[in-house]
Write a protein that binds this ligand. Sequence first.
Ligand SMILES: [Zn+2]
Ligand SMILES: [Zn+2]
Length: 286
Amino acid sequence: MEESENLLVVILDINAKQWSQRVEEFKKVVDSVMVFCNSYLMMNHSNKLAFYTCNHSNATILYPAELDENESRILDGKFELFVELNTILSRKIKALVNEIDGKIENQPTTSLLSGAFSQALCYIHKKKNEDPSGQRLSSRILVIKASPDVSSQYMPVMNCIFASQKHNIAVDSCSLFHRSGFLQQAADITGGTYNFVDNVSGFLELLIWIYLPEKGVREKFELPTNVEIDYRAACFCHNTLIEMGFVCSVCLSIYCKFMPKCLTCQTRFRLPQLPPMKGKKKKKVA
Ligand SMILES: [Zn+2]
Ligand SMILES: [Zn+2]
């Protein structure tokens, strides 16, 4: 049987305002993620990895990248791939942290998950097209998020989730300190695994145990399953998450209140006429 190649895209949320309260935990998470990435590359020589970060204002690819001239001299006697990955990741993460150091006062506590997510999907798409045997490339995304969901990102994130589902890309996720409805839905729709982590003391063990095995292998393990999934959608009018709302019958836009005209497709709607009142005035039914 021909073995397929695996590509893992890791997205790490490095929102400065969130992490500035938890500096020690941030170091632990970064170290754990780096060990996890090394382990992933060690599992199989054909395993490929890409690494993205997102913060309040942008999403960046950190790896694959070129080593600096002076960095490439330290390769002697070590496994090239690990040194390259570790050196590039630690240099770039340090640079990103220094860049925002001391400027976090007015920064938002939310991150551009959709930006990193869509870049990851484009990267996977590019890799599939580059490889003549691209159909054998099996890819998945792992999101490690530390900031809360923001409803203004509902639409772009949902679009990324459905694109992943269409291309058979599992979205694994680990939500730190805040539960994430977006990531729960992503895991449920794409067949990935979602976990909420409140305390990062056993973070590396969790990464290796749950996220290292590929999807097919996981079925053989007794892994924790998601019982509750937050399927609330954000309304298109105020971007707030709602449990019940009005849906446009033409374009499926969601509204938290009745809209005489759909904001997306401009279709006009009329409430059905109430029967004419006779005699005593009855209380209006909402
Ligand atoms: Zn609304
Ligand atoms: Zn509409």
